[in-house]
Ligand binder design. Structure first.
Ligand code: SDX
Length: 425
């Protein structure tokens, strides 16, 4: 493998160092390019640019490979618990049994949020989207836990965030339906506490449905990290300026909300409901996608990195059948989703553009069957992605030589022009 790339620009010929990753990915290091040539590179959506070196998650988009710290996503989804995956992503390895029990215990004991935070909820209108609540409440945690100078303070804030986010998420749901908030219980695990706070009325009588708990565990693991996606990049950019953990993660929640990113899981269900209302005429919507006169997209299809299949979508497609059958839920949207996938994947428009279902295509079907309302779907995505965001924030904070993220640009506006007095304009 060559150790340098050669660039010829005007009368200059320069060698650029080549970095090769542990899975053989090749990167051309241009960190000294502007100093050597005065030129910059231009890659508006960063599709060809690496922002960092990272040891957290590996994706091979051509082969449909996704691994967290070397472990394959299918193994983790089948065998791990979400707290174990949180530990793996954040600390770099699966916990030993004593470490797992200690970690679980800390996640349970820090579930309560400060009573004063409940006053913040009173100011939101009942129609507030839960993602607004989650983003602002996570940022607000820095008002109650301002210290993040030492490794111990940071680790405690990581536990607080992982643990309180599920409480805040359930409060955002309860707020939206006008029901009282449910307090977490210290004899319940992470998933059981979340489900009880969402659906347990009264709390002490709530019995967790093990099919729902198992499905939730799988969904959170599948969403836990995905290297340099839009929202993780937002977390890294905000964190690079020295912003604290809560402020950086709040930025990630906001970035995730967009319908091209995590907001797609809500948009998929709304699209399937629209197709259902239109006589399940899915061919019409496949044709609409292809029409030059329409900007309609099949939500839940396509991916910047996966060009054969999203391994998470495959796992969720199988899980959706199993979960709905186990819960005795007959959701017509599942049938429409499956037919839509068949029609799309037989159509040259999708095949030529390598558009396949992504993680958001089937996740909403399962959330629905679990009783989670549509506008909470992206909150569920955020709860899953939390350990990944935290892991990347921490990796960047601990990386030697980290600098504030500050890209350059190519200016295309007006060149210098003299001031014109008002009565001459
Ligand atoms: C997530 O990055 C991550 O890892 C994200 C994520 C994670 O875990 O963090 O995996 C989670 O965000 C998944 C994606 C969820 N979004 C959607 O499902 C929204 C629908 N998908 C598209 O908007 C799109 O596919 C993106 C945003 C996912 C990817 O966009 P790209 O890489 O910029 O691709 P593009 O828009 O340039 O599309 C290339 C072509 C275009 O056609 P042409 O101009 O070449 O004719 O494919 C077409 C697009 O019009 N296309 C679609 C389409 N997605 C792309 N056409 C119809 N329906 C779609 N869904």
């Amino acid at each position: 493998m060559t150790k340098t790339a050669k660039l010829s620009l005007n009368d200059q010929n320069i060698d650029l160092p080549v970095i090769v990753g542990s899975e053989g990915e090749v990167g051309i290091d241009i960190s000294k390019l502007r100093g050597q040539t005065g030129a910059i590179t231009l890659d508006p959506s960063f599709a060809n640019s690496g922002a960092c070196e990272s040891a957290i998650t590996y994706i091979n988009g051509e082969k449909g490979i996704l691994r967290y710290r070397g472990y394959d996503i299918a193994d983790l989804a089948e065998h791990a618990s979400f707290p174990e995956v949180c530990h793996l992503l954040i600390y770099g390895r699966l916990p030993t049994r004593p470490e797992r029990e200690d970690f679980r215990g800390r996640l349970t004991r820090h579930s309560l949020v400060h009573e004063d935070m409940k006053k913040f909820f009173e100011g939101f209108p009942p129609t507030t989207h839960p993602m607004v609540v989650l983003s602002s409440m996570i940022a607000s945690l820095s008002a109650f836990y301002p210290g993040d100078d030492t490794a111990e303070e940071i680790d405690l804030n990581i536990i607080r965030l992982l643990s309180k986010a599920k409480t805040l998420a359930s409060y955002s749901y309860k707020k939206s339906i006008g029901q009282p908030f449910m307090y977490p219980q210290n004899d319940r695990t992470y998933l059981e506490n979340f489900l009880m706070m969402m659906f347990g009325v009264p709390a002490e009588k709530y019995e967790v449905n093990q099919v729902v708990r198992h499905a939730l565990n799988k969904l959170l693991i599948l969403h836990a990290d995905h290297e340099q996606n839009c929202s993780t990049t937002a977390v890294r950019v905000v964190g690079s300026g020295g912003a604290n953990l809560f402020a950086s993660i709040s930025a990630g929640v906001s970035a995730l909300w967009g319908p091209l990113h995590g907001g797609a899981n809500q948009a998929v269900i709304e699209m399937l409901e629209m197709i259902q209302a239109d006589g399940a005429n899915y061919q019409k919507y496949v044709d609409l996608t292809k029409s030059k006169d329409s900007d309609f997209k099949l939500m839940g299809f396509g991916h910047r990195v996966y060009k054969n299949f999203d391994p998470r979508a495959r796992i969720l497609k199988e899980a959706s059948d199993n979960v709905l059958a186990s819960l005795g839920v007959d959701d017509p949207l599942l049938e429409i989703a499956q037919r839509l996938e068949e029609v799309a994947l037989a159509d040259s428009y999708f095949v030529e553009r390598k558009l396949y279902p992504n993680i958001d295509f089937y996740s909403g079907i399962i959330y629905r069957a679990m009783g989670i309302p549509t506008d909470m779907f992206t909150v569920m995505f955020a709860l899953g992605r939390l350990p990944g965001w935290i892991a990347h924030w921490l990796e960047q904070r601990n990386a030697p030589g980290t600098r504030i993220n500050r890209p350059r640009q190519i200016y295309t506006g007006e060149t210098a022009r003299p001031w014109v007095k008002l009565d001459n304009r």
